[in-house]
Write a protein that binds this ligand. Structure first.
Ligand SMILES: [Fe+2]
Ligand SMILES: [Fe+2]
Length: 162
């Protein structure tokens, strides 16, 4: 049974971002399943590798998007990404040092909190900003288009020959 199911609330409308988030959600559900079946901590090394990888490609993608649309909370958002990466590396080091006691539950709680606090909240705020930008951009375009058509009609009307 999945811990959290994908639903529309997670959707940002940016395909690459959504596919990365979905991947993280699948990973969380796998961790949860393995945790409930007591398969950990042997598989934890793989999970940390996946999380380090995710932090690398996903945060770079989001960062590019934020820069390209001039997201005003870009720096604050990036600090949260940095904190995620720092915590993952910290847990990975603990694992490598053989400190596995309680680590399965720690990573499970960490991933679940990240989905709720960062993906739904912070990435959600970014999604709202992108949507607002699109709406703001489309309004003048439609208005000027309508005006343009009217002007075009008038200019192109064939001159009446007398
Ligand atoms: Fe994200
Ligand atoms: Fe993010």
């Amino acid at each position: 049974m999945a811990l959290i199911e994908w639903n529309e609330e997670f959707r940002t409308g940016i395909d690459q971002v959504d596919s990365d988030h979905r991947h993280l959600l699948d990973l969380l559900n796998n961790v949860y399943e393995s945790f409930t079946n007591r398969l950990y901590p042997s598989k934890l090394g793989q999970v940390f590798d996946e999380l380090v990888n995710y932090a690398c490609y996903h945060f770079a993608t989001e960062g590019e998007w934020m820069k390209s649309v001039g997201y005003p909370r870009h720096i604050e958002h990036t600090q949260q990404h940095d904190e995620f990466a720092r915590r993952v590396v910290e847990m990975q080091k603990s694992f490598a040092a053989g400190k596995t006691g309680g680590l399965s539950l720690e990573v499970l709680t960490f991933m679940r909190n990240w989905l709720v606090n960062h993906i739904l909240e912070s990435d959600g705020q970014f999604r709202a900003f992108v949507k607002g930008k699109k709406a703001a951009r489309s309004k003048p375009a439609v208005a000027s288009c309508n005006r343009g058509v009217a002007a075009h009609d008038r200019l192109d009307r064939p001159a009446r020959r007398v």
